[in-house]
Design a binder for this molecule. Structure first.
Ligand code: ADP
Ligand code: ADP
Ligand code: ZN
Ligand code: ZN
Length: 750
């Protein structure tokens, strides 16, 4: 192997803001890409390296097959050499519905089934009968879903009221409505007696009576009608049928009255009785699947049947990977669509660790997301393991402790957008510290604990919360200050804030990382409302209809319907996006592009970055909205960039930008530092402080020490994850936390 085969060599990369970048990435080593957000890290790693790998993969198809495939455009670069197959391990949530669980996605579930089929008592049959996805294994009552829908009785009837006082609260039964009248005509109900005073059989008939034909006098005529109990009818009409097939209006009105409860037959275990009767050391398969991985690994260790030994070994190895990456608080029966982005990424990572691929280029996007400083070393160990299996590991990351483990660091910058796009440092960690780059300087900066914390104006209390792992938690959240909720992954932060607190305070403004924008035509301009102002300006200047400048009007390019790109679906691949051949990505018809505003067409405006637009526009409304985007660190994005191309962190900041002007509100943010470089965090803190100074309450779930140290109030959850967590271990100011013995966060703030 010649020396230059030891490197992936990229020459003249020019995607997005890259300025003819050339670099060499050592193979079978860990390379970390860092730099301020918008500097061009993703443009190198995803839009150049990963894109070229996908294109090469396609070239492997025969010429015949390729004539049916779209042509993947070559990334804008002179050359990329020695690239191996790339696997991208990102933070996209693992979907998959209720049949996809931690056990199925990691391929651990089939091993557990195999063990039961070999050494379980009594012997029941082949491995597949332990699968809730198998017709023979699933509980016949709930089809392996484990839950059944039912009526939420607390919302459907009020037993303390009489019928005339509105005891029936289901949508169809308002007093005097058709259903109500029919029901009252058909039975001899006392309209003024509280339902709680009704004799049992009458109440039974009112609520659960089976359909029966009765003759009623209605409007002077005798009619034959069918009546059934209120709950019985609702169940037949809405629950036994798939609500999702009904009109949106119906869905909206009935779903509040429907709850999901465990299946009465399998109690949520999803499996047939035969499968559940089979046990190993006293446990059935459902009990093992509901056990936290940390405990499961000990139980599995105790299976000492020689027949099972090789399977036990394989199982232990995989479970150990989950423990190693800090997911020991999860259970195998956990549905994957309830995992957070960071958890999803770590689960995917485990799948690859157990795989046998070598000489793969693994690409990670900020794998430290959701990890407390205590657990970052576990991530580092896994990256090292992947490397030592002979793979090339490329990571986009800001966490100083991950950066430290790199064999090779690439610092992209110096700033964002057009002021970035170059490589400001390449080399070792020690070299980075003395390089004088933003990253190098920030790595050396000592942590400052906030001294003069604000006094709260009041408090919002949570009482005796016990959802998921919460252990009867009661906590006061101060108002009018910046509160940081922290703790190791799985300690219960999201459960406390997102599930309990937000349920009580539905008016809170939630700024999370979920995708923004409903349509493929959404972009920062449409999302923030800038597009409306811009259209008006174009219309009045050119004396034409403003509708012309809308993506879904007759002014839009007809070939791509204003998208600028054309999507092609191919049977077995993801849909592929190609630039529109008619408008060349400009989205509008030629004649619309003729209309100018201060010399720029509508397409030119959409291509401006926030920063450029700020110096172009003078309209007060537009400037205000642009300034808000600039304030949250989005100077570098273009007004027309599809929202679907924004990262989770950018989505979160764009939401923040459009909510900045509110006062007296509660703001809740979930890891807003995601995607932010150390030098961007000061700006984020500035925004949070401005919100608080304007009279708002700001509550932030965060692991970043720079942010935690600047809180007015810290709520630390723990002491550990899952069943070992779920308590508040510290409440107080940053300078008080180092006295809190149980607080792991305190140790890291010191
Ligand atoms: P980083 O990963 O360092 O945050 P990016 O590589 O995502 O930075 O972005 C670098 C520059 O390229 C930014 O100015 C960004 O707005 C721009 N950019 C990124 N993706 C696109 C895209 N799909 N279309 C247009 N501009 C883009
Ligand atoms: P954190 O936000 O601190 O990482 P979470 O609140 O997400 O912690 O999780 C706390 C505990 O609750 C963990 O044991 C986790 O597995 C469990 N948990 C969280 N969400 C769910 C869910 N939707 N279903 C079942 N268990 C959950
Ligand atoms: Zn069932
Ligand atoms: Zn077009």
């Amino acid at each position: 192997m010649s020396a230059n085969q030891e490197y992936i060599v990229i020459s003249g990369a020019r995607e997005n803001n890259l300025k003819n970048v050339s670099l060499s990435i050592p193979k079978r080593k860990i390379s970390i890409f860092t730099g301020v957000s918008g500097s061009g890290k993703s443009s190198i790693v995803f839009d150049t390296i990963a894109a070229e790998s996908t294109r090469l993969l396609n070239e492997n198809f025969t010429m015949f097959v390729r004539t049916f495939l779209p042509k993947y455009p070559q990334p804008d670069t002179d050359a990329i050499e020695n690239l191996s197959m790339a696997v991208i391990v990102d933070q996209k949530r693992l979907g998959g519905g209720s049949h996809s669980t931690m056990g199925t996605i990691t391929d651990i579930a089939p091993i557990v089934r195999l063990i039961f089929s070999r050494v379980g008592h009594p012997y029941v049959g082949p491995a597949h009968i332990f699968s809730f996805n198998d017709p023979q294994g699933m509980c016949p009552e709930c089809n392996g879903i484990g839950r059944r829908l039912g009526v939420d009785m607390s919302k459907a009837v009020d037993m303390t009221r009489s019928l005339n006082e509105g005891a029936l609260m289901l949508p169809d039964y308002s007093i005097g409505s058709f259903e109500w009248n029919m029901l009252m005509e058909a039975g001899s109900y006392d309209l003024d007696m509280k339902l709680s005073d009704y004799p049992t059989d009458l109440l039974e008939q009112l609520l659960y009576g089976k359909a029966r034909k009765v003759e009623v006098l209605f409007g002077g005529k005798t009619m034959n009608i069918t009546v059934e109990g209120v709950i019985e009818k609702f169940t037949n009409k809405y629950i036994k049928r798939d609500v999702k097939t009904m009109s949106e209006r119906t869905q909206k009105s009935v779903t509040p009255y429907i709850t999901e409860g465990p299946c009465a037959s399998c109690h949520g275990a999803r499996l047939s009785q035969a499968a559940l009767n089979c046990r190993i050391n006293g446990y059935n398969i459902a009990q093992l699947s509901a056990m936290e991985v940390g405990q499961l690994i000990r139980v599995v260790h105790e299976i000492d049947d020689p027949i099972a030994a090789p399977i036990v070994k394989a199982l232990t190895e995989r479970l150990q990977h989950l423990v190693d990456i800090g997911l020991e608080y999860l259970t195998l029966d956990r549905e994957t669509d309830t995992l957070s982005g960071g958890e999803s990424q770590r689960v995917k990572m485990v799948k690859h660790l157990s795989g046998s691929l070598v000489d793969v280029t693994y690409i990670f996007d900020e794998p430290s997301v959701g990890l407390h400083p205590r657990d970052v070393h576990r991530l580092n160990e896994l990256l090292l393991k992947l490397r030592d299996k002979g793979n090339t590991v490329i990571v986009v990351e800001h966490d100083p402790d991950v950066i430290k483990t790199a064999d090779h660091i690439v610092d992209v910058g110096p700033h964002a957008g057009s002021r970035g796009g170059t490589i400001v440092y390449e080399g070792s960690y020690e070299g980075l510290l003395t390089s004088g780059t933003l990253t190098g300087n920030f790595m050396k900066r000592p942590l400052q604990l906030k001294q003069d914390c604000r006094q709260p104006s009041g408090k919002l209390s949570v009482h005796n919360a016990s959802l998921h792992n919460l252990q009867n938690v009661s906590v006061d959240i101060p108002t009018g200050v910046l509160t940081i909720v922290t703790g190791v992954a799985g300690s219960g932060k999201s459960t406390l804030i997102n599930d309990i607190f937000l349920n009580q305070h539905t008016d809170a403004i939630v700024i999370d990382q979920s995708a923004v924008g409903v349509s493929t035509r959404s972009n920062p301009a449409t999302y923030t409302g800038i597009m409306d102002d811009v259209r008006k300006a174009f219309a009045s200047t050119n004396k034409v209809n403003q509708g012309l400048f809308s993506f879904n009007s007759k002014g839009a390019c007809e070939n791509c319907q204003g998208l600028g790109v054309v999507y092609t679906d191919i049977a077995f691949l993801d849909s592929v996006k190609l630039p529109c051949e008619v408008c060349g990505g400009k989205r509008f018809k030629e004649e619309v592009l003729e209309y100018k505003l201060n010399g720029k067409s509508i397409a030119d405006v959409l291509e401006m970055t926030v920063e450029q637009a700020l110096s172009f526009f003078e309209l007060k409304e537009v400037v205000k909205k642009l300034q808000a985007m600039s304030d949250v660190g989005l100077n570098y994005i273009t007004l027309g960039q599809p929202l679907s191309t924004l990262s989770g962190g950018e989505c979160q900041r764009i939401k923040l930008a459009s909510e900045l002007h509110k006062k007296g509100s509660i703001y809740v943010m979930d890891e807003p530092t995601t995607g932010l470089h150390m030098s961007d965090i000061g700006q984020l803190l500035g925004i949070m402080n401005r919100l608080v100074d304007a009279g708002n309450t700001v509550i932030v779930i965060e692991h970043n020490l720079d942010v935690i140290s600047q809180a007015d109030w810290i709520i630390d959850m723990g002491p550990d994850g899952g069943s070992k967590g779920g308590q508040v271990v510290f409440e107080g100011t940053p300078t008080q936390i180092d006295h809190a013995e149980q607080s792991i966060t305190g140790k890291y703030l010191k």
